[in-house]
Design a binder for this molecule. Structure first.
Ligand code: NI
Length: 156
């Protein structure tokens, strides 16, 4: 079910989300709601706090840009490896009308669990790496506007 997206400057977006203890039916329902909400807003990534749920869950679908990468959800995602730095333009469904340049790690290795509760490891670069870091930031209460490179903020 599509949910309302929490937008800046709502303080909830700046709080740290809690780890999921078990990947059960409620988490799978949360994941479905997150996909519904993300697609309704034409986003390519969404975190649970953005629909008002303080749990460490993210969903991504960058297939509009990188066709071969299927949509997926990650529970308790954690960056366990990182290398290099690269700047790129970002926006966020929770910060409508704003885009800006953000410096991110070029390559990341992310571990977490899938919707079935199985452990997964993702080696990412390019857009996938950027979106993973952006969404994991949300779980720590960090928005991309907290990381903008100097004077690059612009209205769309
Ligand atoms: Ni965002």
């Amino acid at each position: 079910m599509q949910k309302q997206i929490v937008t800046y400057p709502e303080p909830f977006l700046a709080t740290k989300a809690l780890p999921v203890r078990s990947v059960d039916g409620r988490i799978r329902e949360l994941v479905r709601d997150m996909f519904d909400t993300m697609y309704a807003s034409k986003g390519i990534g969404l975190s649970a706090p953005q629909i008002g749920v303080g749990k460490r869950v993210i969903v991504l679908d960058i297939s509009p840009v990188e066709e071969e990468i299927k949509p997926f959800a990650l529970v308790n995602p954690e960056i366990v490896g990182k290398q290099g730095q690269v700047e790129g333009m970002e926006g966020c469904l929770s910060v409508p009308g704003v885009e800006g340049m953000v410096c991110r790690y070029e390559y990341v290795t992310v571990q977490g669990k899938n919707e079935s509760g199985d452990p997964v490891t993702i080696e990412a670069n390019g857009l996938l790496s950027r979106v993973l870091q952006h969404e994991i930031d949300h779980l720590d209460g960090i928005l991309f506007i907290d990381r903008l490179s100097s004077s690059t903020a612009s209205a769309q």
